[in-house]
Design a protein around this ligand. Sequence first.
Ligand SMILES: NC(=O)c1ccc[n+]([C@@H]2O[C@H](COP(=O)([O-])OP(=O)(O)OC[C@H]3O[C@@H](n4cnc5c(N)ncnc54)[C@H](OP(=O)(O)O)[C@@H]3O)[C@@H](O)[C@H]2O)c1
Ligand SMILES: [Zn+2]
Ligand SMILES: [Zn+2]
Length: 340
Amino acid sequence: MRAAVIPGVGQEWEVREVPTPRPGPGQVLIRVRASGVCHNDVLTWRGVLPFPMGDPAVTGHEPVGEVADVGPGVRDLKVGDRVGTTWVQAGCGTCDYCALGLPVTGQTGLNCAAPVMTGFTVPGGHAEYVVAAAEATVPIPDTLPDELAAPMMCAGYTAWSALIAAAPQEGERVAVLGIGGVGHLAVQFAKACGLETVAVTRSAHKHDLVRELGADAVVGSGAELLAAGGADVVLVTGSSYTAATDCLPALRPNGRMVLAGIDTAGSFTIPPSLARPFFAQRQQVIGATHNGLDLLRTALDLAASGQVRPRVQTFAASEVATAVDRVARGEALFRAVVTF
Ligand SMILES: NC(=O)c1ccc[n+]([C@@H]2O[C@H](COP(=O)([O-])OP(=O)(O)OC[C@H]3O[C@@H](n4cnc5c(N)ncnc54)[C@H](OP(=O)(O)O)[C@@H]3O)[C@@H](O)[C@H]2O)c1
Ligand SMILES: [Zn+2]
Ligand SMILES: [Zn+2]
């Protein structure tokens, strides 16, 4: 099969012929049709996140396609079913974290001693075929095309999980900070819930686009967000904790700041000022990641209904290096999707 291989840390991606995997017990083989490029693919490529364990290294954790083969013991899926899978397929089942008996989530991936992680510990979805645990797949709604379903596997799943983590109430105002793959979906999810939504982006060229996505207002900084009345919820969907810190003064009393973005260099800081101190605002800072496949199913349903529509730029497999470069430069509007 053809796969998008990363020859080594920082080296240009290339399409190579590699052996087609076979599904083991409880697994399915997916013929990948579309595979989204997440910012975390870039972090992996740069060696900031752990480099994929496989040889050759194939990343990608937003694959969508149809079941091409089923392994022993798989009862609920059959050849031809349209499915997708996500970043964390399973825990090891034996470590202290797994002994807690929690559902498989993004938390499992970074706490389990030996998690099964698509594109990290097992080969990923930037390939013609990928193997996944049947239990870690979700059905793709009939009306949702592959290239629009793929971004939901991580970006949409993250955005929806972050919004739900904030438990927004009717009449509250949500700000979404950082309008990339995750952020442009977070804006739409918040609007789909009927919430007033403000986008915070440092990119002037995105202002009109974000309004088209439904944002009620667009601002460029925390100071501008404060001047515009602040927000009850700030969803940090960009990759800068400095930018999150900049928005903290704009968080209203009882507000929730949800850190879903990953900043591997900067820190989130609560300033020492006693003018409007964090403790007296009774605010919360919440970490968020993929929080269970039921949330992903809901996110897919919202996309299938048209209330949320990923904006994608599609690339043929032969253009995968260009797609990744576009994402690395922050130039993808808003999700690059590779078709296989
Ligand atoms: N929690 C999870 O489970 C999870 C899952 C997937 C991804 N992530 C993380 O979520 C973040 C977004 O991922 P993505 O795939 O949506 O990435 P993306 O498409 O590259 O978007 C990232 C956005 O962050 C903002 N940004 C980038 N550099 C910045 C800087 N120096 N200062 C301020 N803002 C900056 C930009 O938004 P503007 O142009 O609008 O300012 C950019 O569009 C990443 O940090 C990623 O690692 C987390
Ligand atoms: Zn991702
Ligand atoms: Zn474990």
